[in-house]
Design a protein around this ligand. Structure first.
Ligand code: TA6
Length: 294
């Protein structure tokens, strides 16, 4: 197990023993607080001063070295979804990454760099920058001599006041696969409302998505680059009951808006090529039409 305390920066970066006894890093900046686990390179907490957490964490989540963490930002790589005989959503989220760097930057933000243990044909780094917003970068380089095709996704769980009162904007007119029915449709709602289980994979979209939340009186903004797919997910009642590491009554308090490259948007890197998936997560004062917020 890698010792993390050599990366300590007094008052800013602190190695801790986290949930389940897993090693973790606590980051404090003048604007925010964050927690990162090398297990899965998993950000479990980002909270701006004076605000509720931006990220939802399930009270029923596992914290063990062979299980994914439920909540925060799971790193999905190198495949999305189920694979016969293999872990769903890839192995990156159930692998312990190596912490390479922890640095306090001149602008007051803090940067952590983690690396997925080498596989021989590609290198995957994860850069977490904590400041007045949270920026996450999954950088993949093909170090082999054959093309490498993969899917990736930052499967972010956002904390909301009440999922049935939020509005999700930015996806109007975008094609999506409804995972529940298998149908391929075009988004006709703006904002999107949630009133049942939702599991949609939007394709060919680089759009910024906003979650308008009257309950917590804020708008969450998800900006991204290097990503053509967006997933919107809420398990609602029945699926929540089927998930052992998720509370039956937790679904109203979260929504996943995920950024990645999935299915027809999968990435192919030629030998020597690299690609980065980057998301910036932030919250703004409440804005948005038709939500009685203004
Ligand atoms: O991103 C949405 C999704 O693919 C859903 O289908 C749902 O299964 C969710 O991910 C959670 O997957 P997990 O493997 O973490 O239970």
């Amino acid at each position: 197990m890698q010792a993390l305390d050599p990366f300590d920066i007094p008052g800013t970066v602190t190695a801790i023993t986290g949930m389940g006894g897993l090693p973790a890093i606590l980051v404090r900046t003048e604007w925010s607080l964050a927690a990162i686990y090398p297990h899965g390179a998993h950000v479990t907490r980002f909270q701006k001063t004076g605000e509720p957490p931006l990220l939802f964490m399930s009270a029923a989540s596992e914290f063990s070295s062979d299980k994914p963490i439920r909540g925060g930002v799971p790193v999905i790589f190198p495949w999305f979804g189920p694979r016969e005989g293999l872990p769903a959503h890839g192995f990156a989220r159930v692998t312990t990454w190596e912490l390479l760097e922890a640095a306090a930057l001149p602008d007051g933000s803090v940067k952590l760099r983690l690396r997925l243990p080498a596989t021989g044909s590609y290198e995957a780094h994860y850069i977490v920058t904590v400041g007045s917003s949270l920026t996450l970068e999954l950088a993949v380089t093909n170090t082999g001599d054959a093309d490498f095709t993969f899917e990736n996704c930052l499967h972010t769980y956002f904390q909301v006041g009440d999922a049935s009162h939020i509005g999700i904007s930015g996806l109007l007119g975008t094609r999506y696969r409804d995972v529940l029915t298998g149908a391929d449709l075009t988004e006709s709602e703006d904002p999107i409302r949630i009133a049942a289980e939702v599991d949609r994979t939007y394709q060919d979209t680089t759009a910024t998505v906003e979650i308008h939340d009257p309950g917590l009186r804020r708008t969450i903004r998800v900006r991204k680059s290097g990503s053509l797919s967006t997933v919107v997910w809420n398990p609602w009642i029945a699926k929540s009951i089927r998930m052992p590491d998720f509370g039956d009554d937790e679904y109203p308090h979260m929504v996943c808006v995920e950024s990645g490259n999935i299915a027809t948007n999968a990435v192919t890197l030629n030998p020597g090529q690299a690609a980065s998936l980057i998301v910036e997560l932030d919250s703004l004062a409440p804005v948005g039409p038709g939500l009685g917020l203004r």
